[in-house]
Design a protein around this ligand. Structure first.
Ligand code: NJP
Length: 231
């Protein structure tokens, strides 16, 4: 059965690749996303060591239930991959308060929900690893990505402290800061900037387009490569 992995945001992109790599390594994987059917579809059905569960990370009670079900059914959660997230891109002045809060609900509070639900199961066995998928945007920020960056900076500040609380209890932590990956994540995002009619932002728009479209040589990489390194 191998180790037991709980992966959030596993219906596509990096989360799916991490889950696949863990399965290939002989591990048991509880793969989650907002819809369990979407997860099953992503893996061609639920079979063998793959188990699909629905988990919207913004739902703290659901996170507690999924962690309890995983630990109860498989005896442990050895590795949590806190991966679910998205980027709300655009110039800050164009953001509604609701859009800012939504970004934090998923990227920060959602990540906290799943870690808080999982940590007690790891502490009880004095063993476990929490992998947090942050971003290079958790290290540096740029125009058009201010809100996304703020959410990832917050994740990093919180997780750095929480990791220090967990370490003496036998629970290890790993923070991953990917650059651009070839997933659905950036789909159509640069197009949104075309409709922003604020002349003062013209230079920032051009810079951001170059960044997103890879004109500055920043080409997205294959998420499989990163997944293989994590597993
Ligand atoms: O994104 P994408 P990536 N509750 O859009 C799920 C970071 N990152 O794999 O529910 C639960 O292909 C969604 O599931 P569904 C990024 O910030 C990326 O590229 O079916 N799940 C799907 O499985 C993120 O933290 C890049 O919609 C929720 C998954 O999240 C991580 O890498 C660069 C959810 C998103 O799949 C994975 O992103 C970087 C919710 N409320 C950091 N909302 C990059 N791709 O370039 C969404 O620096 N999901």
């Amino acid at each position: 059965m191998g180790k037991v992995w709980l992966v959030t945001g596993a219906s596509r992109g990096l989360g799916r690749e991490i889950a696949r790599a863990a399965l290939d390594a002989g591990e048991t994987v509880v793969a989650t996303a907002r819809s369990a059917d979407a997860v099953r579809e992503a893996f061609g059905g639920e079979k063998g060591r793959l188990h699909a569960l629905a988990l919207d990370v913004t739902d703290a009670a659901a996170a507690t239930a999924v962690a309890a079900e995983t630990a109860g059914r498989f005896g442990a959660i050895d590795v949590l991959v806190n991966n679910a997230g998205y980027a709300e891109l655009g110039f800050f002045e164009t953001f509604t308060d609701a859009a800012v809060r939504r970004q934090f609900e998923v990227n920060l509070f959602g990540t906290m929900n799943v870690a808080r639900a999982t940590a007690p199961h790891m502490r009880a066995r004095r063993s476990g690893l929490i992998v947090t998928i942050s971003s290079v945007s958790g290290l540096v920020s740029n125009g058009g990505g201010a809100v996304y960056s703020a959410s990832k900076f917050a994740v990093e500040g919180w997780m750095e402290g929480f990791a220090q609380e967990l370490a003496p209890l036998g629970v290890r932590s790993l923070l991953v800061e990917p650059g651009m990956l070839r997933t659905d994540f950036m789909d159509g995002k640069s197009a949104r900037f075309g409709s922003i009619d604020i002349p003062d932002y013209a230079e920032a728009v051009a810079q951001y387009r170059a960044f997103v479209d890879g004109a500055n040589g920043n080409q997205p990489s294959d998420p499989k490569l990163l997944a293989a390194r994590i597993v």
